[in-house]
Design a protein around this ligand. Structure first.
Ligand SMILES: [Zn+2]
Ligand SMILES: [Zn+2]
Length: 195
């Protein structure tokens, strides 16, 4: 499958980053399940590039998402049910993991945490894109090189503290066989196994 590539590009310094397509990103949770990793594009001072960066939700954001989801779910729209159930499950999982997540957001490319957060409007259009010493704004443009081929039916997998765990096949039930839970958590978390 090939897809057109859109870039976000700074009008002044011409730094750019693909706005998509990307492989999905997942966390491997302590019980060996997979959770969609929320990410956005931002600036990583460690890489010196615009990158995919984590967008870990605050408890307030989760509360507000739950309220919105339940409001929609309360309406008789049967076709939304599976999607809604999954969404509420994900929100609940983020909520349970919240106390164990002690690190700031990371760059998905290098793991660095020296990030400059970008802000977007409701349509995902960048409003502020701090980077380097440049005052330019990143805007969406089409990549002159055209298409990117996406042949991999895989996802990027990360530990909860955003260590890169390689890639996994999509739609295959995760297995913890061969893994020790400390592979995901490190010894600091060895007492946190209640879920
Ligand atoms: Zn710039
Ligand atoms: Zn980085």
């Amino acid at each position: 499958m090939s897809l057109p590539v859109l870039l976000l590009e700074c009008g002044i310094c011409k730094e750019s980053v693909p706005s998509g397509p990307y492989l999905p990103a997942l966390y491997c949770t302590p019980d060996g399940k997979h959770l969609a990793l929320r990410w956005t594009l931002g600036w990583c001072n460690s890489c010196g590039h615009a990158r995919r960066v984590e967008d870990w939700p605050s408890m307030e954001a989760l509360d507000s998402e739950t309220a919105t989801a339940l409001k929609v779910a309360g309406e008789p729209q049967d076709q939304l049910q599976d999607w809604m159930r999954k969404k509420l499950e994900d929100i609940e999982t983020y909520r349970r993991l919240q106390p164990l997540r002690t690190t700031p957001n990371h760059c998905l490319a290098c793991g660095g945490t020296d990030l400059l957060a970008w802000s977007y409007d409701n349509d995902g259009v960048p409003l502020a894109t701090p980077h380097k010493e440049c005052t330019g704004l990143f805007r969406q443009v089409e990549d002159p090189d055209g298409m990117r081929f996406m042949l991999l039916d895989e996802s990027d997998l990360f530990s909860l503290d955003c260590r890169d765990l390689g890639r996994v096949q999509n739609n295959v039930a995760p297995s913890t066989a061969g893994f020790n839970i400390d592979d995901f958590w490190g010894p600091d978390f060895s007492s946190e196994r209640s879920f």
